[in-house]
Design a protein around this ligand. Structure first.
Ligand SMILES: Cc1ncc(COP(=O)(O)O)c(C=O)c1O
Length: 506
């Protein structure tokens, strides 16, 4: 009797041992997709793990791992004595039942049935931070060269856990009951002190609001200051996550180019002089690394004063400057109370911390606090006292000093490796600050690849080097490759760059 084709050959899961994502995660993803896309229907029996493993030429543990994950998420169910089945009671309207992308489809027809119009930007992965696709869940190591990732390997976790435990052993009433929409007062005081000393920002603790990060600060600001359809200046190229957060509030994005002096204010004025808000990263533009010139800073402030517009200052990585003196924040030049200043603590400590701050001009403070209390009363208090203690103890400053040295060294190692291996292929531009460098494809490599195809090609070797064009919009995209070096151990930099060179050779 001919052997029946098993599920494995029907589904043809594409499993690639060369990818950093473990095989069981790859198989889990493929099966989940098959269930969501309707190729595996509710109630269908799954093959026994051993037979399935043979069919796919993988170990049985791979299949068991994938099944276990799908069981715990409710896609599969066990029937004792009978086997493993696709859950029988999956709702009819799973998000991806047709295997198509309904959001993209409906958007193409200019409608999003049942959705608010402003939801399009919030749920469209293309419009959102496209970096997220570069994170590889379940990977045991961090692939080279994801931009924006700090090195968390030496974070003082022992001290951190002691501070966490101490703050909750015998907590004060305010900590347990909450009630301050601005966040934990000692943390706001510590942030205000820090900003005064390090960034030249003269602010009172009451004007500091603790938020879950810069994007939440943007979200809150736009809710309060932007009406649907209002023009907002954003940098191009720029951080897609911020563009998406602003567009999600219904703003009309005005993409203002960045040149060697930062945001081109004159271009912004030509495009939309009556914009309500400008979102800029003047201390270290992302992703180009440009520092906004004093003339441009003054021109931007003059525009805001004249147009009664607001400026959202994104100071996302000012701690990581390796040469020259740290520049004072734009906010320190603001005499009219038009600048709302934002910073993130997640890059300083570790990404999952999800804490940042917003400094409001005094005349907006009460409104921001009120808005915050409408949305969710206050940010979670669980980590704020430990963070305040980390600031006060000097441990945070010591950690930042250590990391600054380490990142400066890694940038040097990256540049040395590039000089040795990438000559005639990629030119890397040094930067006095930040966690990544931008490289330009040159010579034969530039003829063979644009940045998107080069990035895709490098991805085949497990290297995550995003194309600069992903951060840009418009007809003539800025092109280049983004090399995040901060989280790459010293010893891995040169071999990874040698691999880049090999991959790009004809
Ligand atoms: C330039 C820039 N601004 C803002 C953010 C977002 O910060 P958060 O994660 O605190 O929302 C990032 C994150 O990588 C960034 O690169």
């Amino acid at each position: 009797m001919p052997r029946r084709a098993g599920i494995g050959s029907l589904l043809m899961p594409h499993l690639d041992p060369a990818l950093p994502e473990p095989l069981f995660r790859q198989l889990y993803g493929e099966l989940r997709q098959a269930i969501l896309g309707g190729r595996l229907t509710p109630g269908a029996r799954m093959p026994a793990s051993r037979a399935f493993a043979d069919e796919l030429a993988v170990s049985r543990n791979t299949v068991l791992g994938a099944y276990e994950q799908l069981l715990s998420e409710g896609y599969l169910e066990m029937r004792p004595g009978s086997g493993t089945y696709v859950a029988a009671d999956l709702p009819d309207l799973l998000p991806d039942r047709t295997g198509k992308r309904p959001i993209g489809e409906e958007k193409a027809q200019g409608q999003l049935a049942g959705w608010a119009r402003r939801a399009a930007t919030l749920i469209d992965p293309e419009a959102n931070s496209r970096q997220s696709r570069d994170h590889i869940p379940g990977s045991v190591w961090t692939p080279c060269f994801i931009p924006g990732l700090p090195d968390c390997s030496d974070f003082p976790f022992a001290a951190w856990s002691r501070l966490l435990a101490k703050s909750w052993r015998d907590p004060e009433r305010a900590l347990v009951m909450g009630g301050d929409p601005g966040g934990y007062l000692p943390l706001r005081e510590a942030v205000a002190d820090y900003l005064r000393q390090v960034r030249g920002v003269d602010c009172a603790a009451e004007d500091v609001l603790i938020v879950s990060g810069i994007r939440q600060a943007v979200d809150l600001t736009c809710r309060l200051l932007i009406d649907p359809g209002d023009p907002v200046w954003v940098e191009r190229p720029g951080f897609p996550g911020l563009r998406a957060a602003i567009a999600a509030q219904g703003a009309q994005l005005i993409h203002v180019p960045v040149d060697d002096e930062g945001l081109d204010v004159a271009d912004g004025l030509r495009q939309a002089a009556r914009a309500r808000l400008a979102c800029v990263a003047p201390s270290h533009q992302y992703p180009l690394g440009v520092v906004m010139s004093l003339q441009r800073r003054l021109a931007l402030l003059a525009w805001a004063r004249e147009a009664k517009a607001w400026i959202l200052e994104d100071d996302y990585d000012s701690e990581y400057r390796y040469a020259g003196r740290p520049l004072a924040a734009l906010r320190s030049l603001d005499e009219d109370g038009r600048v709302i200043y934002m910073g993130s603590l997640s890059k300083l400590l570790f990404p999952s911390l999800r804490l940042g701050y917003l400094v409001t001009p005094p005349q907006l403070t009460a409104a921001f606090r009120h808005a915050r209390s409408v949305i969710d009363d206050q940010p979670s208090m669980s980590t704020q006292p430990a963070l305040a203690a980390l600031f006060q103890s000097g441990l945070l400053a010591a950690h930042v000093r250590r990391m600054r040295k380490r990142y400066a060294r890694r940038q040097q190692l990256l540049l040395q490796a590039a000089a040795k291996h990438l000559e005639g292929q990629i030119e890397l531009r040094p930067d006095e600050a930040g966690l990544h460098l931008v490289g330009q494809l040159v010579g034969a490599a530039a003829q063979r690849f644009d940045d998107e195809t080069a990035s895709h090609h490098l991805r085949q070797a497990g290297l995550v080097v995003p194309p600069l064009s992903r951060y840009d919009v418009g007809p003539r995209l800025r092109r280049g490759l983004m090399f995040g070096y901060a989280a790459v151990p010293d010893m891995r930099i040169e071999p990874a760059i040698a691999l880049v060179a090999k991959m790009l050779k004809p």
